[in-house]
Design a protein around this ligand. Structure first.
Ligand code: HEM
Length: 541
């Protein structure tokens, strides 16, 4: 069975590696090893994913019946606000940058560590302080404004503690900016000799673009938050019409950041799937360079399409035209990426492995998102569907079907490298198919409900919408199972999993030239063969 691991170098006694270098709690809490910091992030974001996931299940449960019978509207509002902010700021963005970016980038460029190892650790602590406090505020009642914190409701009318919540999310986002800066400096400064820019793997390019988007986009979120907190504290009349301010200023700044946040979650997914397809088709990707250019094009178009979230906010015709055109154009680089993947799969060896099946979830969800995104890119249908379940469903295909599934694909692909152990292929493949069914069953009904006019953010609705909401709940439960199973068999593999050598997938990449798990100093005492890196044979037509 080709997908099965191959014991290239039988491992008798455990080699000294970053996991067994020291077992003291202090060696973890004060580590500057990027690989250990990635595990610290993994533990932290797993907690928040569980909290955000539990909130999602409660929301779905409430939406099972047309009546508001499980909770009052106020609780429902606090729950979806808590779910949204937790999943975006405390789970998915730190999962992509903090877990995967941290663990993989130095290994993939032949480096011993991040450019600023101590800053890397401090960044995790900043994130934890911001994140834990956010959860404490949520436990103390949370806020009921929605994750968008629109004014004037969040500045004048809500009685909930908006100021603390938004300032705490800023702290955890500040940590992500510092991490993004660290990643950019690492790619510029720490590359092994001979690993030129033209030789960089697609995933490293994806993180390069993602980090720049983070550094450019996040300050707009900071400004929006500071203006909001200032308005709440001193009623200066900037973003609240009650005091002569303009709420559109806040919305424009918020979406300048939030729109980039979506790309921060999906750009790494493009890199992850590209690496997995190359590794299992055993061929250099079709249009390798085209995918890199497409990611840069996406980042540029993102900067001109944030206003597609504001078609219903009385923007000028010219503004709608500009934002709509840029939004429609994002489908072009996405299509280039999908076509390159399809051509590579068509011409390459086809190894059905667990990482490949998770990659399939990403590919199908991205295809679905391109189509549903086109409908939202027109000011006509976009303003009609704004605030309906259609927008929420489209968003979830991106953050769950594309980003979260790609995170799982990455964890399954690089787990043998990170732990030196292989997990049950059978259960992993079952899980990937469970996630595929779960994503489409949980979120496709939302597209139909939105087209039929069901609003988002309501916990009571006309009875004719009940059946599709019941299907969505079933899907959410299947998805919940799909996210729980990996926790069991991956943890199990640490104790009973088959021990693997440096390169169980026979993939090309500098990370596979290290031991599994790698030495504390990565390539310690091992020659780095740069020519070998990513030297997949070219595609033959
Ligand atoms: C297990 C998967 C998930 C399920 C079942 C789920 C379910 C839901 C539901 C039912 C809502 C409320 C929709 C409404 O307004 O009626 C919601 C809102 C939302 N979800 Fe999720 N979600 C999931 C994962 C995620 C992830 C991974 C993210 C982001 C990274 C996310 C971000 C959001 C956001 C931002 C909102 C909007 C909250 C607001 O309106 O303020 N969700 N989700």
């Amino acid at each position: 069975m080709l997908g099965a691991p191959s014991l290239e170098t039988p491992v008798s006694k455990p080699n000294k590696n970053y996991l067994n270098a020291s077992y003291s709690i202090f060696s973890w809490l004060f580590t500057t090893d990027h690989k250990r910091i990635a595990w610290l992030y993994l533990l932290t974001i797993s907690l928040f994913a569980a909290i955000g996931g539990a909130a999602a299940m409660l929301l779905r449960w409430e939406l099972l019946t047309p009546e508001a019978d499980l909770m009052f509207a106020d609780i429902f509002n606090r729950l979806f606000t808590g779910h949204g902010t937790t999943m975006v700021y405390l789970f998915l963005i730190p999962a992509m940058l903090g877990v995967l970016g941290n663990f993989l980038i130095p290994l993939m460029i032949g480096a011993r560590n991040m450019a600023f190892p101590r800053l890397n650790l401090i960044t995790w602590y900043i994130f934890v302080v911001g994140a834990m406090s956010t959860i404490l505020v949520a436990a103390n009642g949370g806020v009921d404004t929605g994750w968008t914190f629109y004014t004037p409701y969040s500045t004048t009318f809500t009685v909930t503690d908006v100021s603390t919540t938004i300032l705490l999310t800023v702290i955890s986002m500040l940590a992500m900016i510092l991490l993004a800066i660290n990643i950019v400096f690492t790619i510029h400064r720490q590359r092994v000799k001979g690993l030129t820019w033209s030789r960089l793997p697609i995933l490293v390019w994806a993180y390069y673009v993602t980090s720049i988007v983070m550094i450019v986009g996040a300050p707009f979120g900071f400004i929006a938050t500071v203006l909001q907190a200032l308005e709440r504290a001193a009623q200066v009349g900037i973003v609240d019409p009650t005091y002569g301010g303009n709420p559109l200023l806040y919305e424009q700044l918020f979406w300048l950041f939030a729109h980039s946040a979506v790309y921060i979650m999906i750009l790494p997914a493009i890199g992850i799937v590209s690496e997995i397809i190359a590794a299992f088709t055993k061929k250099r990707l079709f249009g390798h360079k085209g995918i890199v250019y497409a990611m840069f094009a996406l980042a540029v178009l993102m900067l001109f399409s944030w206003g597609s979230h504001l078609f219903a906010s009385d923007q000028s015709v010219f503004a709608n035209l500009m934002f709509s055109t840029a939004s429609f154009l994002t489908a072009v680089p996405l299509a280039v990426i999908l076509l390159s993947w399809a051509a590579s799969l068509k011409h390459g060896e086809n190894i059905i492995s667990a990482p490949m099946l998770f990659a399939l979830v990403v590919i199908l969800s991205l295809l679905k998102s391109i189509i549903s995104g086109l409908v939202l890119s027109s000011p006509v249908t976009g303003s009609y569907l704004s605030g309906t379940q259609y927008g929420t469903a489209h968003f979830h295909f991106l953050v769950v079907g594309v980003a979260t599934a790609s995170f799982l694909a990455a964890v399954h692909f690089w787990w043998p490298k990170a732990t030196g152990r292989m997990y049950s292929q059978k259960w992993a493949k079952i899980t990937a198919l469970t996630v595929l069914v779960g994503v489409f069953m949980a979120f496709a009904p939302g597209c139909l409900l939105g087209l039929a006019g069901m609003r988002a953010r309501i916990n009571a609705y006309p009875v004719e919408f009940q059946f599709l909401n019941q299907v969505a709940l079933m899907g959410a439960l299947i998805l919940g199972l799909g996210f729980t199973l990996p926790v069991l068999y991956l943890l199990g593999s640490l104790f009973v999993g088959e021990k693997v050598g440096p390169n169980p997938w026979r993939a090309k990449g500098l990370e596979w030239q290290t031991l599994s798990p790698p030495h504390e100093r990565n390539f310690h005492g091992r020659a780095i063969i740069v020519e070998e890196a990513y030297a997949y044979p070219p595609q033959t037509s």
